[in-house]
Design a protein around this ligand. Sequence first.
Ligand SMILES: C[S@@+](CC[C@H](N)C(=O)[O-])C[C@H]1O[C@@H](n2cnc3c(N)ncnc32)[C@H](O)[C@@H]1O
Length: 300
Amino acid sequence: MNEFHEPVLLNDSITGLNIRPNGVYVDLTFGGGGHSKEIFKNLTDGYLIAFDQDQEALKNGKLNSNRFIMINKNFSHLQTELQRLNFLNVDGIIADLGVSSYQFSDNNRGFSLKYNSVIDMRMDKNSKKDGVFVLNKYNRQELNRIFKEHADFKNPMFIVDAIINYRKKKIINTTFDFKNIFKNFIPEQFENKFFARLFQSIRIEVNNEINVLKSMLNQAQEVLSPKGRLVVISYHSIEDKIVKSFMKYGNFLNSQDKDFFGNKQSPFQVVTKKPIVPSDMEIKLNNKSRSAKLRICEKL
Ligand SMILES: C[S@@+](CC[C@H](N)C(=O)[O-])C[C@H]1O[C@@H](n2cnc3c(N)ncnc32)[C@H](O)[C@@H]1O
């Protein structure tokens, strides 16, 4: 097992890229480099361009080759960075969304409720907004929106009220402050799931994850060559719905666009009618893979 990050659905995602040995590929989420290393093994004279917005990922085993280019930026810069490098089209793109194990297990970064740390949650440490800001500065409407949109709570006002009452007395600074807000609120057997959903929604807000995902998908469509593959692994239903709709219809509305003559308009052929999920064995070996869903499509 790789302590830094164990790659999820490695074989299926690499097979899904349909790699040509002289092609150009993009790994949008380098993390521990598991997927990148496997892609690179399949290239003889092709290029691999990798993104990660977290400076920590750069410290972890960049590939030593002039056919490998690492970019320490948000993947929402995909198109401009490819233009800067003079790659006008690429043959495949992979995004393994979310958080790496090294980020979760760093007890200074506030991604995990296991450790008592400041609720930072920024993947890019240069960005301005962290979890403390969201929890202490967002007003009622903004908090309500994030718990509804990012965690699917139907009526999150009881959560919002609890946060607002708490912060009238004391700043919400650490993960344990956060847990304290809801002490005696939620039956013990539901606590883990409840906190996981809440925490995920704050992380999504801090990192603007929904907007950058949509922006990246639109850009991926632009830069992929015909027959180029887009491979995405997502870890929660909000991301998965966005990816599914985009691969099927080329939009986020989950509905088919038709042209003037009624012909279906879609930029992709869906390769995975149903998402590929990890086997029981993979989940047993790597519990963090349990919610993964892999979807693949091909540019028409
Ligand atoms: C699940 S991990 C990827 C793991 C990687 N596939 C591996 O096998 O090691 C996600 C990584 O993507 C990065 N990341 C997430 N969202 C990003 C974004 N919008 N732009 C750039 N990097 C991002 C995170 O910092 C994290 O290191």
